[in-house]
Design a protein around this ligand. Structure first.
Ligand SMILES: [Zn+2]
Length: 66
């Protein structure tokens, strides 16, 4: 399989802009609630969003640690 539609699994990455539409993601960290510009996604799994402060939790998500 060489046709992965997205490639985000290699680390933190700014959320891609979707042609004029900015999605308002919110940090998933407990009671944080800040805007979350950092999206983390693995193929065939829902993406997770974290703010700058908590993006390390996204790194852990990518590493498979909960
Ligand atoms: Zn946060």
């Amino acid at each position: 399989m060489s046709d992965e539609p997205i490639k985000l699994a290699e680390g933190a990455m700014a959320a891609p802009r979707q042609s004029g539409r900015i999605e308002n993601h919110v940090c998933e960290f407990d009671e944080c609630g800040k805007r979350a510009p950092f999206g983390f996604a693995k193929p065939r799994q829902p993406s997770h969003w974290f703010c700058f402060e908590h993006r390390e939790h996204g790194d852990r998500h990518l590493a498979g640690v909960r």
